[in-house]
Design a protein around this ligand. Structure first.
Ligand code: NAD
Length: 490
């Protein structure tokens, strides 16, 4: 298969010539069949990647297991230098990687370019963390011995990632795993496999030894991931994806009592108080809602706006959202690209229709576009009734659903009325109120007068059914470590 010449010209590379075989033990292997990869901007197939069988997945585990002793014994400084090189290569190739992400995911180029920078930062941050993994030494209260605590690499890690950030969700796991001295098998989403394979090639070029990072794509995710989680050589699962799949994997991981880090779905409240700076709240809303076309776990899902500021906020948000140029992700003029696939369009349409049917007022957008590719225009729904499904389910699209509140108490209750707890946004010019409300909202992260929170140097993760564990910050490397306590007398 060769891509249409015009597409290859626009991208500057031919997607059919990118690596698409399984990356196991430092070699490319064909797998058992092929999986088609689609361009969401047109709906057309662009290339294929290998389909791993269970046997292929277990070979990847074997390769990671064989590479483990050597990598765990590699001096942290050396691991750090290799990770630093991964960062540098990603930055050098930022434009190409961004076009590739736009191609297979559909997101607009500015979003894709931002993702590459963010993804690369995980390599830089964890190259710095690799040489800062301290321990503890203390005297036992009884005085009988010393207590030594050290952090050892946990072992072979299975990394499972979603399609919405094909580069960043992979590097957020690969970088801390490698920094800690673990080896891994990455299974990216089948919708966006090309970025993962290009990253595998880049890591090898940066000096990551054979078998330390393995990448497999498969159309049989349940079967192959299940087999890996039941292989005694595996000691860690790090998963990013939906809460429904996360729950299933937690049950599977229980059989071998695996350590699990789970970054799951969100249903972020975006709370705006009357005293907020309207422009700042709108700027924040545009980032929190429209980054990645709304296909982000951190996307503002429920706009909870105080009665006084609500009419101006709703009207101006609708104006700003409707003005975003919509088109193919890799077209430089585009600010909002297509959704990932037809199923996503159907889910979003269903949520919008349900809200409108229950009396929500449509201020912009509202209906999928009738053209090739998977386009849903930026949509604003005002006065959304409490019983609308859009308040409970993750929208994962460019739809802002607005409800109003009267008191702070009511705002906190509305924000917490969800089984999710990944992130929340609070806008107010009263800092005491902002901190008070931030503390009371049940979420792992809060953006206070900010629409963007993600930072490789900060702990990212959720509470309630949004997940377990943290990625990034100092916490991220500890997720890939076991704590060893040695009681010593001397
Ligand atoms: P998904 O759960 O459908 O898929 C995630 C990954 O799991 C993919 O690689 C998929 O192939 C794999 N998978 C699917 N079924 C499986 C099974 N039975 N066994 C093993 N693996 C399986 O999620 P998605 O649609 O790719 O991504 C969107 C979801 O991810 C949203 O809910 C979003 O909120 C969440 N997400 C969370 C974070 C976070 O950090 N909390 C970040 C990004 C995305």
């Amino acid at each position: 298969m060769t891509a249409q010449p015009r597409l290859a010209d626009a991208l500057g590379f031919d997607p059919a010539k990118l690596p698409g075989d399984l990356w196991i033990g430092g070699a490319w292997r064909p797998g058992e069949g092929r999986i088609e990869v689609f361009d969401p901007s047109t709906g057309a197939a662009i290339t294929t990647v290998a389909d791993a069988s269970t046997a292929d997945a277990l070979e990847a585990v074997a390769a990671a297991h064989a590479a483990l002793p050597g990598w765990a014994a590699t001096p942290p400084r050396r691991r750090s230098e290799i990770l630093r090189r991964c960062f540098e290569l990603m930055i050098e190739r930022r434009d190409m990687l961004a076009r590739l992400i736009s191609l297979e995911n559909g997101k607009a180029l500015p979003d894709a370019t931002g993702e590459v920078s963010y993804a690369a930062e995980f390599f830089r941050w964890f190259s710095e963390e690799a040489v800062r993994l301290g321990g503890e030494l203390s005297v036992a209260p009884s005085g009988a011995n010393r207590i030594l605590v050290q952090h050892q690499p946990i072992g072979v890690a299975v990394l499972v990632t979603p399609w919405n950030f094909p580069a960043a969700m992979a590097t957020r796991k690969i970088a801390p795993a490698l920094a800690a001295g673990c080896t891994c098998v990455l299974k990216p989403a089948t919708e966006t496999p090309l970025t993962a394979y290009v990253l595998a090639r880049l890591c090898a070029e940066a000096g990551v030894p054979d078998g330390v990072l393995n990448v497999i794509t498969t159309a049989r995710a349940g079967e192959t991931v299940g087999a890996m989680l039941h292989d005694p050589r595996v000691r860690k699962l790090s998963f990013t994806g939906s809460t429904a799949v996360g729950r299933r994997l937690l049950k599977e991981a229980a059989d071998q009592v695996l350590s699990c880090s789970m970054e799951l779905g969100g249903n972020a409240p975006f709370v705006v108080f009357d005293d907020a700076d309207l422009e700042a709240a709108l700027d924040g809303a545009m980032i929190a809602k429209m980054r990645n076309g709304g296909e982000a776990c951190t996307a503002a899902n429920r706009f909870i706006v105080q009665e006084g500021i609500a009419p101006a906020f709703a009207e101006e948000l609708a104006g700003r959202m409707a003005a975003l140029p919509l088109g193919a992700g890799y077209d430089p003029a585009t600010r909002i690209g297509p959704m990932i696939n037809k199923a996503a369009i159907e889910t979003i349409s269903g949520l919008v229709d349900d809200a409108v049917g229950r009396g929500a007022r449509l201020l912009a957008g509202g209906r999928a576009l009738d053209r090739a590719g998977f386009y849903f225009p930026p949509t604003v729904l005002d006065r959304v009734p409490a019983e609308a499904a859009i308040g409970r389910e993750e929208i994962f699209g460019p739809v802002a659903a607005i409800r109003t509140f009267a008191t702070e108490e009511e705002a906190v209750a509305m924000a917490n009325d969800t089984e999710y707890g990944l992130i929340a946004y609070v806008f107010t010019s009263d800092l005491a109120r902002g901190l008070r409300v931030s503390e009371r909202i049940e979420a792992g992260m809060v953006g206070l007068n900010r629409g963007l929170v993600s930072d490789p140097a900060a702990p990212f993760g959720g509470v309630k059914q949004s997940g377990l564990g943290r990625e990034g910050g100092h916490h991220g490397i500890l997720e890939f470590c076991e704590t060893k306590y040695i009681a010593a007398s001397w």
